[in-house]
Design a protein around this ligand. Structure first.
Ligand SMILES: [Zn+2]
Ligand SMILES: [Zn+2]
Length: 273
C-alpha cells in the first residue's frame, strides 16, 4: 500500500495538494481557481474527473477559492470541519458538504483522515493526517503556533507537508502594513521558518523520510532561507529526510510514500497522478 501526493501550488496566494491512496483521489485544500486546478492536474498527468472528494483545512480564500465551482458545478463531495461547513454554507448548499469527525478519523474510501484543531484566526482550522493504514501523510499549514496537540498529531508520520511561511527578519523589514505583520506574527497567524523548525525538533524520527516545505510567503521568505532552517533541524537530529520546497506558480513532482524495510518515501519516476 502507498500514498502518492503532489503539490499543485502552495504559498500565500493559494494552496492545493493532490493526494491518492486507499483507492481514492483527493484534493487537500482548493485555494486555486477551478480552472487552474484542472490545468495543473492535467500538467502532472491527473484529471479533475478522477478526483473523488475535496478536503479543506479551513475557510480562508487561499484554501477554498475553487471549492464552490468544484462542489456545485462538478459535483465533488466536500469534507470540512463543522465550523468551516457553517462558514461555507453561505455559498455552497449544506447537502454538498460533509463534516469531518471531530473526535477521530473520518473514512474517505480507503483513506482515514484525522483532523486536529490548530490555533489559526478562523474557527474550524485543522491540520490533517491521511493514512491508508500503512503509511501516513501530514498536511500542516496555517498553524498559528505550535501546540502540544499538533505536535502529538504529527509524531509518527512517514511524510509531511509543513508550513514555513516567513523569515522573521524579512517580514519585519518587508512591505506589509504593520497590522498585517502583527497578524502573521501572532499566535493565530502563520509559522515562521524558525517556529516550523522548532516543530520538526519535536517530531523528527527515522521513519519521517520526506518533508515538503509549504505556504512560503513570496514577499517575506525565500526557498533558500526555509531550506537552511529545515536542514539545520535535520542535522540536529541526524535525520536523512528529503526536503522539497513547494512553489506557488508551479506544480511539484508527484511523490510516493511507501514503507519498505521500515520506511521509505520516494519520487515517482516519470509518474503521473
Ligand atoms: Zn489561513
Ligand atoms: Zn493559508
Amino acid at each position: 500500500m502507498s500514498i502518492r501526493y503532489c503539490p499543485l501550488g502552495s504559498g500565500s496566494s493559494g494552496n492545493s495538494f493532490w493526494v491518492s491512496g486507499g483507492g481514492v483521489e483527493l484534493l487537500v485544500d482548493c485555494g486555486l481557481s477551478a480552472r487552474q486546478l484542472e490545468e495543473r492536474l492535467v500538467g502532472v498527468g491527473g484529471a479533475l474527473e478522477r478526483i473523488d472528494a475535496i478536503v479543506c483545512t479551513h475557510g480562508h480564500r487561499d484554501h477554498i477559492l475553487g471549492t464552490e465551482i468544484l462542489a456545485c458545478r462538478r459535483g465533488k463531495p466536500l469534507w470540512v470541519t463543522h465550523q468551516t461547513c457553517e462558514f461555507l454554507s453561505r455559498k455552497i448548499p449544506h447537502e454538498l458538504i460533509h463534516c469531518l469527525n471531530p473526535d477521530g478519523p473520518t473514512r474517505i474510501g480507503g483513506l482515514s483522515v484525522t483532523a486536529t484543531p490548530t490555533q489559526h484566526d478562523i474557527p474550524g482550522s485543522v491540520a490533517l493526517v491521511l493514512s491508508d493504514g500503512e503509511v501516513s501523510l501530514g498536511v500542516a499549514t496555517d498553524l498559528g503556533r505550535v501546540t502540544p496537540r499538533v505536535v502529538d498529531a504529527l509524531k509518527s508520520l512517514d511524510a509531511l507537508i509543513l508550513e514555513m511561511n516567513h523569515d522573521e527578519e524579512m517580514l519585519a523589514r518587508g512591505p506589509y502594513p504593520n497590522h498585517l505583520k502583527r497578524r502573521i506574527l501572532s499566535d493565530y497567524g502563520h509559522l515562521s521558518n524558525a517556529q516550523a523548525a522548532g516543530l520538526l525538533d519535536h517530531i523528527l524520527h527515522p521513519g519521517l523520510t520526506q518533508i515538503a516545505l509549504a505556504h512560503l510567503s513570496e514577499k517575506n521568505n525565500t526557498p533558500a532561507l526555509a531550506l537552511a532552517m529545515a536542514e539545520a533541524a535535520l542535522r540536529r537530529h541526524g535525520s536523512r529526510a528529503e526536503l522539497i520546497v513547494c512553489e506557488q506558480s508551479r506544480v511539484g513532482t508527484p511523490r510516493e510514500i511507501r514503507r519498505r524495510d521500515g520506511c521509505s518515501a520516494a519520487p515517482l519516476a516519470e509518474a503521473a497522478c
